[in-house]
Each structure stands twice: as structure tokens, then as C-alpha cells.
Design a protein around this ligand. Structure first.
Ligand code: PMP
Length: 291
């Protein structure tokens, strides 16, 4: 079986009244394998040829997923990461054979990615506005959740690109009429823009968006999201501890998802959410939380 066939069809478990889709069991350890695979396949339909460059600008799990998918499908991944990206993530990206470029403060990562593809060919995936990111979750994550738990009545998911809450959310709204809750961090740019309020908080939810408001999240808010939640670092830590107590090694964003799923359950709905990745990817946070 080709290794890319291992993406998706992750298990769903029912814990404390919440349906949890265990996305950290994807091959490289996050739901971003789905996104990377869909974006590269979509680029192939638009003319990407073996040996071409596949470029992405990201500090997150997407870089690892794009490096892995590109290696398996015969492309040369170039991952641009902002200065300050964790050493461990950079090593994982290089481990799968991708070229890594650090984008320094003041440089325009998107511009560099666009220029690279103009000069050398290939594709710049640009996940924050790539509809293949939405489609990955509309066609796979959403249907898998609905098939495993048809009586879910609400779905909560924090947003980075917004691809998951938009894609899975749209499918769950259309198919089983679930209410859709998106989350962004307290203290984020989105919160400041929408509420006019500037709050201070620890930025530990790596994967949720602190500094930008992506095109896909805009669309999600316009089309599918019923309510937007501002989640704090403390809530994410609380949620992580509760996940760990149940034997699930979720990372900070998954802690945030679980915390608010439990809250929604108390308010009377039957929640579904995802465990996006694992705490093993964040040794520094693990150190802080476990004394
Ligand atoms: N959690 C983690 C750990 C992530 O890496 C991401 C992706 N940035 C998200 C949540 C948010 O997913 P999405 O980009 O689909 O909004």
C-alpha cells in the first residue's frame, strides 16, 4: 500500500461526553497530512511535474506534512520558516529531505516564496488561501466525523488557517445540522480586530493564529461559523491536563479544543472536536506543565 494511503480514517473515541477524532495518529503526527496531500494533488492537476519545487511558508505542522508528502510523491519541498521556529520542527522538516530556509524579521516570507516559484518553477501552496486545504476537510475529516458519530450536535475547532473549521464545519452543518464553534486565541489579532480589545496572554497554542486573519477563516466566519470563542492559554493547559488524565497526549491546541468541548457539553450539546497533534512535539511546554 502506498504510504500516503495511511492519511486519514483516524480513530474516533468518546471521552467524558465528547467525541474526539485522534488526528495525531496521522503518519507525521497531525491533521495537516490531509491538507498537504490535497494541496499537492491539486497542484498536480494544475501542471506540477515530478521533480518540481513545492514551496510553503509555515512554522507549523504543515511544513512537516508537506516535506513528507513531497518526498513520497517525488517533489522537492522547500519550507520557509519564520525565525524562532522550534529547533525540533526544523529538524523534522529536514529529516524528510526538505530544504529549509529561515525568514528573518522584516523579510516577506510570502514574497520570497512567490519569487522562488516564478524563477524556478513549481508551486507555492499558500495554505491560508488554498481551497484544497478547505476541501481536504470538507471531503475527508467532516464525512469521517459524521459517519462515526451522526448525533453530534456541535463541532468546536480552533483556527490557524481556518481550513479545518471551514471544511469539516461546513460538511457537518450541511449533513447533520451541527452548530459550528470556531476559536482563536485570546490576545490574537483577530480578537483585537473584531472586538477592539487588546488582551495579553501567553502564546502557547502553536497552530492557532495569533498574528493574522486568514482568507479561509474569513470565509468560514461568513459561511459556516455560528459562534466565535476566544480561548486562553490557561484553558488550553487545563484541557491538556484533562486529556492526559484520560491517556490522550494532546498538544496545546487540542487542550483548547477539549476544554471548550466539555464546556459546550455542559451547556447541553453533544460535541465533537479533534486532537490535532501530540504534546511530544512541544518538549518545552511539557517541561512547563509537568513539574
Ligand atoms: N492545531 C495545530 C496543532 C495545528 O498545527 C493547526 C494548523 N495550523 C491547527 C490546530 C489549526 O488548523 P487549521 O489550520 O486547519 O485551522
Amino acid at each position: 500500500m502506498p504510504l500516503v494511503n495511511l492519511i486519514g480514517n483516524t480513530p474516533m473515541v468518546y471521552i467524558d461526553g465528547v467525541y474526539l477524532k485522534l488526528e495525531y495518529l496521522n503518519p507525521t503526527g497531525s491533521h495537516k497530512d490531509r491538507t498537504a496531500y490535497y494541496m499537492v494533488r491539486d497542484a498536480e492537476k494544475n501542471g506540477l511535474r515530478k521533480g518540481n519545487l513545492v514551496v510553503e511558508y509555515t512554522s507549523g505542522n504543515t511544513g512537516i506534512s508537506v516535506a513528507w508528502v513531497s518526498r513520497l510523491l517525488g517533489y522537492l519541498a522547500v519550507i520557509l520558516v519564520p525565525e524562532g521556529t522550534s529547533e525540533q520542527k526544523m529538524r523534522l522538516i529536514r529529516m524528510y529531505g526538505a530544504e529549509l530556509k529561515i525568514v528573518h524579521e522584516g523579510e516577506d516570507g510570502h514574497g520570497i516564496a512567490e519569487d522562488m516559484v516564478k524563477e524556478e518553477g513549481g508551486v507555492y501552496l499558500h495554505q491560508t488561501e488554498n481551497m484544497a486545504n478547505f476541501k481536504a476537510h470538507y471531503e475527508t475529516t467532516g464525512p469521517e466525523i459524521a459517519n462515526a458519530a451522526r448525533h453530534i450536535s456541535c463541532f468546536v475547532m480552533g483556527a490557524g488557517t481556518g481550513g479545518t473549521v471551514y471544511g469539516a464545519g461546513k460538511y457537518l452543518k450541511e449533513s447533520i445540522n451541527a452548530k459550528i464553534f470556531a476559536m482563536v486565541p485570546r490576545g490574537s489579532y483577530v480578537q483585537e480586530l473584531l472586538t477592539g480589545k487588546k488582551e495579553e496572554d501567553m502564546a502557547i497554542m502553536e497552530g492557532f493564529s495569533y498574528h493574522s486573519f486568514s482568507e479561509l477563516l474569513h470565509r468560514a466566519l461568513d459561511e459556516v461559523v455560528d459562534s466565535l470563542i476566544y480561548v486562553s492559554a490557561q484553558e488550553a493547559i487545563e484541557g491538556m491536563k484533562q486529556l492526559w488524565a484520560r491517556g490522550i497526549p494532546g498538544g496545546p491546541t487540542s487542550g483548547a479544543n477539549f476544554y471548550h468541548a466539555l464546556k459546550l457539553k455542559k451547556e447541553g450539546c453533544i460535541p465533537g472536536t479533534i486532537v490535532a497533534d501530540s504534546i511530544t512535539r512541544y518538549p518545552k511546554i511539557l517541561e512547563k506543565v509537568i513539574d
